[in-house]
Design a protein around this ligand. Structure first.
Ligand SMILES: Cc1cc2nc3c(=O)[nH]c(=O)nc-3n(C[C@H](O)[C@H](O)[C@H](O)COP(=O)(O)O)c2cc1C
Length: 160
């Protein structure tokens, strides 16, 4: 059973967790990147990222022709933006077919919006079986290794 770990990360937290999960699962790793990069510091990052979520923008991805067909399982990781998934996922879920795959979700955040984020993924991917979800509070700043261990244990217990 092949597994793909997909992630988008503006400031490295989601990337850090995604890499640990992919290593544990011996999974392939796919980083979503946008053609026009979002600002990653200061107030600007909240303005541009927040706006893209609120207006349901479809930022263009540099990833082209991602081959999802060969994967039975997909682990999706996102930072929480304005109470839901980061805007690059608006594009990703529209552009690719996920139906029939098992999906596990993880999110990095500062303490708010995780439940809504997971609910919105489930609405956006109605033909999938969801097998797990977990969140991390800014792992790079809050006991990095404990967060990594939490991620690895979660990944180990996924029914893939
Ligand atoms: C545009 C934007 C909106 C955000 N909105 C939220 C939010 O609604 N709730 C929350 O807990 N954190 C929010 N955050 C914080 C990030 O989710 C958090 O710092 C996360 O760990 C960043 O992951 P990354 O380093 O992979 O980008 C927001 C960050 C940005 C840039």
């Amino acid at each position: 059973m092949k597994t793909l770990v997909v992630f988008y990360s503006l400031e490295g937290n989601t990337k850090f967790i995604a890499e640990r999960i992919a290593k544990e699962l011996k999974a392939d790793l796919l980083e979503l990147k946008t053609k026009k990069e979002f600002p990653s510091s200061g107030f600007k990052k909240y303005v541009w990222g927040g706006k893209s979520v609120v207006f349901k923008e479809l930022p263009e991805l540099t990833n082209q022709g991602v081959e999802l067909d060969s994967y039975e399982n997909i682990v999706i990781g996102t930072p929480i933006w304005a109470g839901t998934y980061a805007a690059p996922y608006n594009t990703f879920v529209k552009q690719y077919r996920f139906s029939g795959k098992k999906v596990a979700l993880f999110a990095c955040n500062l303490g708010g919006g995780v439940e809504k984020c997971f609910k919105m993924f489930k609405e956006a991917l109605p033909d999938n079986e969801f097998i797990g979800e977990i969140d991390f509070v800014d792992p790079l700043k809050n006991d990095k290794e404990a967060s990594a261990e939490k991620a690895v244990q979660w990944a180990k217990n996924l029914a893939l």
